[in-house]
Design a protein around this ligand. Structure first.
Ligand code: COA
Length: 245
């Protein structure tokens, strides 16, 4: 794939490696990236060979420093700029993917960068990672699902602290609040994400996908309905021959 693309991806042994590729501007999210991300995620949804995907950012300084503010400045209004982003429901698609998704993040993980990480199921950070939602200070609100995915990940108190105060936190604090599940030295980030992805890819794909589905869908249900969902999905799994990958 061309190096000028904002999203690069390749598939290796059941693992899709996705790279945000605008290093000259800290991988900030623009309309072109939105379109290419949408294309990429659409391709994943129907690809049974992809058992797990890892999202990473290119360059030394950032996974993604948020929305491209230069697009905001040239758009008729920030609201208009946001609306055009929503014309393609990238975030809805992201959250519906059946495969486990891993975000391997370093450097700045701000605004929509953090929202991309929150659309993933597992987050690994390098020690230099810095997380935050600068939106409140810019007079806007997160619009890539962050107001919903953040509290579901770290709880209401921590989420409001990050969303309302515009505070930037380091990797250790992110780990303590459950925003990331592992913190590793920068030079081990890719290796750790790769090992995690290969492990998941070695498991029975149907079981992994249904476990993700049970957990993610169940979180939005009352307990009794969640248990019912788990029973139904377990039944579905037992009807799939175990030899099937
Ligand atoms: N939109 C567009 N360009 C951005 C950007 C953004 N959100 N964030 C950084 N860039 C660009 C800078 O303009 C700069 O480009 P240049 O080299 O052509 O001048 C390049 O990326 C490097 O950024 P720089 O500010 O020089 O790096 P830094 O290490 O000094 O600071 C940040 C890094 C992340 C603290 C700082 O860039 C920043 O605060 N960015 C805005 C973050 C933000 O508010 N995101 C929007 C959330 S909605």
């Amino acid at each position: 794939m061309g190096e000028d693309r904002t999203i690069l991806w390749e598939k290796r042994n059941g693992v899709a490696w996705v790279t945000l590729n605008r290093p000259e501007s800290l991988n900030v999210y623009n309309l072109r990236m939105r379109d290419e991300l949408y294309e990429t995620l659409s391709a994943f949804r129907d690809d049974d060979e992809i058992r797990v995907a890892v999202f990473q950012g290119t360059g030394e300084k950032a996974f993604c420093a948020g929305a491209d503010l230069s697009e905001f400045l040239t758009a008729a209004s920030p609201i208009r700029a946001r609306q055009s982003r929503w014309q393609r429901d990238v975030w809805g698609l992201f959250l519906q993917l059946p495969q486990p998704l891993i975000a391997a993040v370093h450097g700045y993980v701000l605004g929509s960068g953090l929202e991309i990480a929150l659309c993933c199921d597992l987050r690994i950070a390098s020690e230099d990672a810095q997380f935050g939602f600068p939106e409140a200070g810019l007079g806007i609100i997160p619009a890539a699902g962050g107001t919903q995915t953040l509290p579901r990940t770290v709880g209401r108190g921590h989420a409001l602290d990050l969303l309302l105060c515009g505070r930037r936190i380091g990797a250790r604090e992110a780990w303590r609040m459950g925003l990331v599940s592992r913190v590793v030295p920068r030079e081990k980030l890719r290796q750790t994400a790769g090992a995690m992805a290969r492990k998941i890819a070695s498991f029975r794909s149907g079981a992994v996908r249904l476990a993700k589905q049970a957990l993610v869908r169940g979180l939005d249900l009352p307990l009794a309905q969640g248990l019912e969902l788990e029973r139904r999905l377990a039944g579905e799994l037992s009807s799939i021959p175990s030899r099937k990958p």
